[in-house]
Design a protein around this ligand. Structure first.
Ligand code: BES
Ligand code: MN
Ligand code: ZN
Length: 497
């Protein structure tokens, strides 16, 4: 989908050629002398058009307006959340066949966050999955012109949102694919395809290399499947080699049947989404390649299937992780933490500035926070604050959860250094406590996205979360690092003789 940002008065919007012109009518909308204003003024006066977010009125274009149809869309206070809600309410229309070219026009001053929200919501509302359909009906919406009173002040937010959309759609595509169309091998190829983009490199480790490295926990999960595992390593090099990277780690279980601790059949198909964390790493790299920020980022994806089999790992088995710590696998369905712990240990070799892992890790997280906020766990207050702020700015929010040591009591094992499960209480927290043991010295955060990475029910499908959060976090980090470099340079100049 193509997005274009334009400075447009309502008088100029009159001449935009498109199938559908959406005019945002917020609380501060004041009609001018043009044809669109006249239409909106009349509809408001007669009560057919409302300013509440999501309220909409479809009309034929009045004389003098080039668009085929016009929708008057209520956007309330005109803030990001209201604009998002309003655009999403148009989803059925945006998915309909007749709308290939769309113009979305802000009649009054558009805050940058609202422009970003509009771009993200237009993508979200018009997305269709087609890959495994024999007669696909592809997305009809091809081109969007975003009209604002002044383009310059919102250009940055617009560019960020367009890159976020590319990342989110990449993540949704891979997470939506059925497990037989998104194997660890295929995920590795998807990562390799990203390495064609500027400043992106990729290395994909197979079973032999992973064995040589000593990733015993990842290997234990993978051994129940005949699909070979992959350990995917992505690099985005946007800053000097000397600058410590941010490491993103994504759980890449392409199907989670639970292993010998087999899951119930109802809804098990949804465990194809258990690589949502991995998809978000791929999506974040897609966005980085588009934005080219001055930062270094490493992406790590431990990927395999979790299946029951004659060779599968068994409850009670003890394995040695890359960190050297031994793990008693009491429940083979707690596999995410096993593949992640080896990736977290591997992350240390990059001497990272920060490590952030994303995982559809626990059903308990869905119970705690539902589909609204991802769970954020961090031992570092500054990193937690950055991720919380990024989530709010990106409309991809998370909520901080505790990491008291008392939560780790249940992970004690008589046969190994640690067990992979504790009891049922606080299941999302005990999973995070397990990961914390492997998280090294760098500031670390864990996002449990079990409730947010996909939607269940009639609207079943991947969301692409937390790509927006990650992109906003990485951009803020790049800007911060840039500022630090400049002030450092200034200091050096001042102290020079
Ligand atoms: N992938 C699941 C977590 C999950 C379950 C995400 C349902 C979204 C919806 C994970 O591997 C898992 O099975 N976790 C277990 C852990 C338990 C055995 C300690 C769970 O949450 O039941
Ligand atoms: Mn599981
Ligand atoms: Zn899982």
């Amino acid at each position: 989908m193509d997005f274009e940002l334009k400075t447009l008065t309502l008088a100029a919007a009159r001449a935009v050629r498109c199938d559908l012109l959406v005019l945002c009518v917020g609380e501060d909308f004041a009609p001018g002398q043009d044809a669109l204003s006249a239409l909106a003024a009349m509809a408001l006066q007669r009560g057919d058009c409302k300013r509440t977010p999501g309220a909409s009125l479809q009309c034929y274009a009045p004389p003098g307006v080039t668009a085929r149809r016009v929708v008057l869309l209520g956007v309330g206070d005109g803030g990001a959340a209201s604009v998002r809600k309003a655009v999403l309410a148009l989803a059925p229309l945006l998915k309909s066949a007749g709308v290939a070219q769309l113009a979305l026009v802000f009649a009054s001053e558009a805050p940058p966050q609202a422009v970003g929200a509009a771009v993200q919501a237009l993508s979200e509302a018009s997305y269709v999955y087609t890959t495994t359909k024999s007669k696909p009906e592809p997305r009809s919406l091809k081109r969007v012109v975003l009209g604002v009173p002044q383009a310059r002040p919102v250009r940055g937010a617009f560019d960020t949102a367009v890159a976020v959309v590319a990342g989110v759609e990449f993540a949704r595509e891979w997470a939506n694919r059925p497990a037989n169309h998104a194997t660890p091998t295929l995920l590795g190829e998807a990562a390799r395809s990203l390495a064609r983009l500027p400043r992106v490199r990729c290395k994909v480790h197979g079973p032999a290399q992973v064995a040589r490295l000593g990733m015993g926990a990842l290997m234990a999960v993978a051994q129940g499947s005949s699909e070979p595992l992959r350990f995917i390593e992505l690099h985005y090099e946007g800053a000097a080699r000397t600058q410590a990277p941010v490491v993103l780690v994504g759980k890449g279980i392409t199907f989670d049947a639970g292993g010998i601790s087999l899951k119930q059949p109802a809804g098990m198909d949804e465990m194809k989404y258990d690589m949502g964390g991995a998809a978000s790493v791929l999506g974040a790299f897609r966005a980085l390649a588009a934005l080219q920020p001055a930062i270094n980022v490493v992406g790590l994806i431990p990927s395999c299937e979790n299946l029951p089999d004659g060779r599968a790992v068994k409850p009670g088995d003890v394995v040695t992780s890359l960190s050297g710590q031994t793990i008693e696998i009491l429940n083979t369905d707690a596999e995410g933490r096993l593949v992640l712990c080896d990736a977290l240990a591997y992350a240390a070799r990059f001497k990272p500035a920060a490590v952030v892992d994303m995982a559809t890790l626990t059903g308990a997280c869905v119970i705690a926070l539902g589909a609204v906020r991802s769970a954020l766990f961090s031992t570092d207050d500054a990193l937690a604050a950055q991720l919380l702020a990024a989530g709010e700015a990106a409309l991809d929010p998370c909520w901080r959860m505790p990491l008291d040591d008392a939560y780790a009591e249940g992970l004690k094992s008589a046969y190994a250094d640690v067990a992979n499960v504790a009891g049922r209480p606080a299941g999302a927290v005990t999973a995070a406590k397990f990961l914390q043991r492997f998280a090294g010295k760098a500031p670390w955060a864990h996002l449990d996205i079990a409730g947010t990475a996909w939607k269940t029910g009639s609207a079943k499908g991947a969301t692409g979360r937390p790509v927006p959060l990650l992109v906003h976090y990485l951009l803020a980090t790049a800007a911060g690092a840039g500022a630090a470099r400049t002030s450092g340079a200034r200091k050096r100049t001042r102290s020079a003789p």
